[in-house]
Design a protein around this ligand. Structure first.
Ligand SMILES: Cc1cc2nc3c(=O)[nH]c(=O)nc-3n(C[C@H](O)[C@H](O)[C@H](O)COP(=O)(O)OP(=O)(O)OC[C@H]3O[C@@H](n4cnc5c(N)ncnc54)[C@H](O)[C@@H]3O)c2cc1C
Length: 393
């Protein structure tokens, strides 16, 4: 039986940061990082951006830290390995190869996976879900062979994939059931401007259309819409959201409808077991409410906090203003704050025409979120401070 002080399950940015957080406060404790993917933790956010376009895949730019860091910090990595069972009472994890690890503390960092819409043909060839390096490499290959691609969805990933594939000169369509792109985050005016911006870049917008199914014998040929249209496409990228990888803790209190519920210290109801990143459903001490974020900075910061807390030498609350960014057709957009509810008032400084603006989102008189388009990191930091002041923390 293998015994460890700390077990980290999932080798994304969350798991990698948890290792870093542990080592900041405990140089000696035994740590194992188990990850289903064969790669050392890497910058997943790059996969939908220039990674798709560069002549040779820039694999060397992907690692979050030099893979030798894990050895030099005495962190055992077991990559290409799945944790298949977790016995919470016995503090025991069973690996895909049959080995077991008994642990003192654990961090669940299993992240999320693409949602597969409940329609026919979701497993056909050339229907791609973009989550891992393998997916991105496959998409690159297919994009070089196909002329047309349909993106299903209108969220961040859908927009980034569409923009980059269009920059690779493919004929790109976007099927989005809502009235404008990024409708989960943007107000109607900004969303309409962005949708028109995509159309100006030659993307065929199928706005208001819902997916009915994919057709083809083994490989995709057509896509059906709910309104009865049939669109020819050799390739589809499905970007309809990401759901938490909760299989390991299914039917336990560590699994809930919105993720793995945790306290402000990122600890689950089981003492010594933490959950972070795309998996965690956490109380937001600054903006209020309880939320699960599927964004990079959140997973990174939560990993650091959970890692520190696991050592017992620190007891930190997770207190960050929600934040994420995106890049599409050379536009950089930064999202600071809570975009989960439509604003009742928007204050726009700058103009859409110049593609450079800051939009402040209010609920009544309360500032809730700041959207920055083509602004500097300094402006983004200032927005985070402004929002902290606005919520009085
Ligand atoms: C293509 C793409 C582009 C993105 N771009 C941006 C962006 O521009 N800005 C932004 O803020 N966010 C972006 N994101 C989101 C961001 O990457 C995620 O929020 C972040 O990766 C979450 O980190 P995580 O560690 O929680 O989970 P993940 O990165 O999902 O890592 C979890 C890891 O755990 C592994 N795992 C799961 N189950 C098990 C198991 N049972 N045993 C062992 N291992 C397991 C998984 O295989 C995976 O490797 C993007 C995401 C994608 C897919």
């Amino acid at each position: 039986m293998i015994q460890r002080d700390y077990l980290i399950i999932g080798s994304g940015i969350g798991g990698a940061s948890a290792c870093e957080g542990i080592r900041k406060h405990d140089k000696r404790g035994t740590v194992t990082l188990v990850g289903a993917e064969i790669f050392h933790p890497y910058k997943r956010w790059m996969l939908s951006k220039s990674f798709l376009r560069e002549k040779t895949p820039p694999l060397k730019k992907l690692p979050i830290v030099d893979p030798r860091w894990y050895d030099s910090h005495k962190i055992e990595t077991r990559l290409g390995t799945i944790v298949t069972q977790l016995n919470i009472d016995r503090r025991l994890a069973v690996l895909g190869n049959g080995e077991s690890i008994e642990f003192n503390k654990a961090c669940l960092a299993m992240g999320s996976r693409p949602v597969r819409p409940p329609v026919a043909g979701v497993n056909l060839g050339n229907v791609i879900y973009l989550r891992t390096i393998r997916d991105a490499l496959a998409l690159r290959e297919m994009a070089n062979l196909e002329k047309t691609v349909m993106i299903i969805g209108g969220g961040l990933l859908a927009c980034e994939a569409a923009a980059n594939l269009r920059m690779m000169k493919l004929k790109v369509g976007m099927m989005h059931r809502n009235p404008y792109l990024l409708n989960r985050y943007l107000d109607p005016d900004t969303g309409t401007w962005l949708t028109e911006y995509f159309a100006k870049h030659g993307i065929t917008m199928l706005i208001g259309e819902s997916l009915n199914g994919f057709e083809g014998k083994t490989v995709l040929r057509n896509i059906q819409t709910k309104s009865g249209n049939r669109v020819q496409a050799g390739l589809a990228v499905v970007a309809c959201g990401a759901e938490p990888n909760l299989d390991l803790v299914r039917n336990t209190p560590l699994s809930g409808p919105h993720g793995s519920p945790v306290t402000e210290y990122l600890e689950t109801e089981e003492k010594g077991i933490y959950a972070i990143g795309d998996l965690a459903f956490y109380p937001d001490r600054l903006m209020g409410g309880v939320r699960r974020q599927t964004h990079w900075e959140n997973a990174r910061e939560q990993g650091l906090v959970a890692g520190a807390n696991m050592t017992g030498k620190k007891r930190q609350r997770y207190e960050q203003i929600p934040y994420f960014w995106t890049e599409m057709f050379g536009l950089r957009m930064d999202f600071v704050g809570d975009f989960s509810v439509q604003p009742t008032k928007v204050n726009l400084r700058g103009t859409y025409a110049k593609k450079k603006f800051i939009a402040r989102y209010y609920q009544g008189e309360k500032l809730r979120a700041i959207l920055l388009c083509q602004q500097t990191p300094r402006e983004v930091d200032a927005a985070k401070r402004e929002l902290r002041n606005a919520v009085g923390k």
